[in-house]
Design a binder for this molecule. Structure first.
Ligand code: NDP
Length: 308
């Protein structure tokens, strides 16, 4: 069975930064990329808040540069998902894609987070044919049409602004009378004439027929009145949940599934297993904070291997 000194699960900024540090520390890291190579950055447009890029940088390019940097320094990057693990003894046993088991002396969990869905009628039926959680992936299919974006955070604003450049009209459906998004993002939304904000609106159903989606039913939270807003596309932007399920039998998480680590440390409750990035970050969830925690995880993995 193959034995890996430092296995990294996940290929976003946390995983690649861990790989860059682990490579330079001669840990011969191996990344298993997960389902979404590059992680969530590949679904954004311009990243304006990653230091070092005064004009901003395309999210996919940024994470691809991280991949190239990790590879140049010696990281092996493989396609595959962790499907099972056994942390009862070291080296840990890690199953990949249900058919290959490798041994890992240390593991860095950097599996990030995935988009949340609402669970309303019509949502799963039309997923992929009118319902999406990624405007940059699917927005193209709704050119010159009307769409709705659900949510009022930074992601929703980013998606709405992006879609407003492609679509005829964008409705933002927000369940409160205020947005959670940063002021900068709210200003970008306000500057777009074809974005209309529907406040205090609860999404109730995605409506459609054999041809696809033709509306979203919403309820006015104050009056209780329901109506269907005619749209051909519905984009979910209501946050993410951490991809920690596969590790949960061994690793302590909070009630939402975020991996719990020691204070100001990537150490989990299992010695030799570290967590970095959005899978353990309840508060910040930024590319730069994910990268920083990946760095810490690799440094701790190096120390752990030196001590053991
Ligand atoms: P957030 O958790 O920040 O926002 C989620 C939004 O969805 C909120 O408006 C929330 O409403 C709404 N929502 C949640 N559940 C429901 C529901 N069941 N029905 C209707 N609405 C719902 O998630 P984001 O993905 O926007 O952002 C996550 C993190 O990533 C944040 O820290 C953000 O700052 C960051 N980010 C930064 C970017 C940047 O800097 N360029 C870009 C994108 C994200 P409510 O407010 O009522 O809870």
């Amino acid at each position: 069975m193959e034995r890996i000194k430092c296995l990294i699960a996940g290929s976003g900024p946390a995983g690649y930064t861990a790989a860059i540090y682990a490579s330079r520390a001669n840990l011969s890291p191996v990344i298993y990329s997960g389902l979404e190579l590059g992680g969530q950055l590949t679904t954004t447009t311009v990243v304006e808040n990653f230091p070092g890029f005064p004009e901003g940088v395309d999210g996919t390019l940024l994470v691809d540069n991280m991949r190239r940097q990790a590879e140049r320094l010696g990281t092996q990057i493989r396609t595959g998902c962790v499907t099972k693990c056994d942390f009862s003894a070291r080296p840990f046993k890690i199953e990949i894609d249900g058919n290959l088991t490798v041994e890992a002396e240390t593991l860095i969990i950097a599996t990030g987070a995935s988009a949340k869905y609402l669970g309303i009628p019509g949502e799963s039926e039309f997923r992929g044919s009118g319902v999406s959680a990624c405007a940059t992936c699917d927005g193209f299919f709704y050119r010159k049409q009307d769409v709705a974006v659900i949510g009022g955070g930074d992601t929703a604003c980013e998606e709405a602004v992006y879609l407003s450049g492609l679509c005829n009209k964008v409705y933002m459906i927000i369940r409160r009378d205020a947005m959670r998004a940063s002021k900068a993002m709210q200003q970008k939304v306000a500057a777009r004439e074809n974005i209309e904000i529907l406040w205090n609106s609860l999404p109730k159903e995605v409506v459609g027929d054999l041809k696809g989606v033709n509306g979203i039913k919403i309820e006015d939270k104050l009056s209780g009145v329901q109506r269907v807003v005619p749209v051909q596309g519905v984009f979910l932007a209501i946050g993410h949940h951490p991809n920690s399920e596969v590790f949960a039998p061994w690793i302590n998480t909070n009630s939402e599934g975020y991996i719990l680590t020691e204070p100001d440390s990537p150490k989990t409750n299992v010695a030799g297993v570290f967590a970095a990035g959005d899978v353990m970050d309840l508060h910040y969830k930024q590319a730069i904070t994910a990268a920083a925690s990946g760095c810490k995880a690799a440094m701790e993995a190096e120390r752990f291997l030196a001590d053991n």
